[in-house]
Structures are given as C-alpha cells and as structure tokens.
Design a protein around this ligand. Structure first.
Ligand SMILES: Nc1ncnc2c1ncn2[C@@H]1O[C@H](COP(=O)(O)OP(=O)(O)OP(=O)(O)O)[C@@H](O)[C@H]1O
Ligand SMILES: [Mg+2]
Length: 295
C-alpha cells in the first residue's frame, strides 16, 4: 500500500450518493475535514446528515462516490473503524444502559491490557467530570450525564476523526457550553471533528466551517459567517421559516411548514434558536430500545 501524502485530509467525502429504494437520500455529496478542524454538517430534518455518517462508517453502502480517511479508503465495515481512528456518537444515546459508566467507556478499549484500558477510561471520565459516576449504571443517570458518557466512550479510543450526531440535542445552556469546550479541546489536540447539529448557536460557536445539506445535496459551504449570509441557506433552511413565522401565529408541531424528505417536520419558526429547541425536544432522551452501541 502506498503511503498517503502527509497533507491528506482526515476525512474526504467525494461524490457520495446513497439511495434507499426509490429515495435518493444523498445525491452527490462532497466535502472534507482536516486534522484539528471542526466542520458542522447542518440542514433540515431528513436532509441526509445521519446518512452521511452512516456511509462514512460503512453502515450504509453508497451507490456512488468515495470516502477516504487519512488518505485511505474508509473501512467497508464498522469493525474497521477503531483501527482507522474513527469514533462516533449516535443521534440518540446508544449506551448500554445496564452496564456501568466505566464499563460503557471500556467498550472500545478491549484490545488494550486491562489495567491500561481502565486507566484510559478513567482519564476520559475525569476529563468530562464523570469519575464520581464510574460505578453507576448508565441508565440511572440524568440525560446530560448520559450524553457525556456517550462522548467519553467515543473519546476513549483517542480518535483522529470524531463524528458527533446531535451532541447538543436535549442539553441546556451550561451543558452545551461544557460540550463546546470539549470539542475545542479535542480539535485543539489535532482531532478532526465532524458534527451534525441543529443548535445553531453552538454550531456558530465551535465550527471552523459549515456544510449545509438540503434534500441530500450540499447547498452551501464556508465559514459560519459566509453560511449565515448565504441566500440559498436562508431560502432552504431559514427563509421559509421566517416567511411562515411572519404569516402565521405560533403553533406546535410544524403544521403548515414545508415537510422534510421522509415527512418529518422542519423547524417551525424564524428564530433559529427556538427552532433548535423544538428539534432538541424531538431528540429527547430515548430509552434503550432500538439503540445500539457506538459504530
Ligand atoms: N435506513 C433507511 N431506510 C430508508 N430510508 C432512510 C433510512 N435512513 C434514512 N432514510 C431516509 O433518508 C433521508 C435522510 O435521512 P437522515 O436520517 O440522514 O436525515 P437527517 O438529516 O439526519 O435528519 P434529522 O435531522 O431528522 O436527524 C430521510 O428521508 C430518511 O427518511
Ligand atoms: Mg439525523
């Protein structure tokens, strides 16, 4: 195997197409994330954000396109992700609820000697203020702590590429600020971070660049400021809501707003921070049913 050039992006997504039956979920998505960079992937419900993660992780097979990690083809299966330096948190929690916090964080460390794994896991727990909870069952913790356990588990294997799917979902302001500090620290240590998030204030705060998806297509990409001013983003993601909010009295459930692909409601207000709140409630604490481990 040839050695990749030292300047290769940590993640390259090139012309990615994914279809589910007759539904084209991704229609040729391209972007990259470099070491030490934080890139946010944003877009309305059903835009294809999680599908990008699933394609990067080998959970869904692209119809077309390439994913390269550190200059090499991404592993075809999730079992190769750890060795490729990739860790992920899920849109829900994905914790093993009956296992302790420490046991959850040990999951990606099974290849290490037991004492090394325990030391590493405890370090990660300490970094996220969870050490006192190490022996508690994950399922008994409040939601923000469970969310932090999922992050600690993703960080346990010292990833070079960290994929975070809605890490701020369901969190309050103080927890979001702590999360932002963690993301900055991890990126500052050289990890490439790709995060999907509806919480726009958080995205604007931590992202170096933003990629905007709508109906499986990249409609804008650039710095937070560039994206904020992009008319295509306003039209697809904010503008319609601004028009709707001006025309209608406040209402719940997003009725009357443009449906996302797959029928999920889009955020329903001009105020994106409020729209974010609405989304956060949709992604509220989930039970163990239907949740798997980290990819
Ligand atoms: N396994 C699947 N089988 C069939 N359709 C799917 C599957 N996964 C995703 N989809 C569809 O693909 C489209 C993109 O879904 P995806 O979950 O990637 O959106 P998203 O941008 O992450 O949305 P959200 O913000 O609501 O999480 C949606 O129409 C969804 O219904
Ligand atoms: Mg999603």
């Amino acid at each position: 195997m040839t050695t990749p050039p030292p300047t290769a992006p940590r993640l390259e997504v090139d012309g990615l197409e994914v279809a589910f039956g007759g539904l084209t979920a991704l229609g040729g998505v391209s972007f990259e994330v470099r070491d030490g960079e934080t890139v946010a992937l944003i877009g309305p419900n059903g835009a294809g954000k999680t599908t990008v993660f699933n394609a990067v992780c080998g959970i869904v097979k692209p119809r077309k396109g390439n994913v390269r990690i550190g200059g090499r083809p991404a592993p075809a299966r999730t079992t190769g992700l750890l060795a490729a330096g990739v860790a992920r948190t899920l849109q829900g929690l994905g914790l093993f609820e009956r296992m302790t916090v420490l046991e959850n964080v040990l999951v990606p460390l099974s290849s290490l000697r037991a004492e090394d794994a325990a030391a590493r896991a405890r370090d990660r727990l300490a970094e996220l203020g969870l050490l006192d909870l190490a022996d508690r069952s994950a399922g008994t913790l409040p939601y923000p702590e469970r969310k932090r356990v999922a992050l600690a588990r993703a960080l346990a294997a010292d990833p070079r590429l960290l994929l975070l799917d809605e890490p701020a979902g369901g969190l309050g302001a103080a927890d979001i600020e702590a999360l932002a500090e963690t993301v900055r620290r991890v990126a500052g240590e050289g990890c490439a971070v790709l995060l999907v998030e509806h919480h726009v204030d958080f995205v604007m705060d931590v992202a170096d660049r933003i990629v905007v998806l709508d109906f499986g297509e990249v409609i804008a990409a650039g710095s937070p400021e560039e994206v904020r001013r992009d008319p295509a983003v306003e039209a697809a993601y904010l503008g319609l809501e601004a028009v709707n909010a001006a025309a209608e009295p406040p209402q719940s459930g997003g009725a009357g707003h443009p449906p996302a692909r797959g029928g999920a409601p889009r955020p329903s207000t001009a105020d994106i921070s409020v729209a974010t709140e609405a989304h956060a409630h949709r992604s509220e604490p989930q039970g163990p049913a239907g949740e798997g481990g980290t990819a």
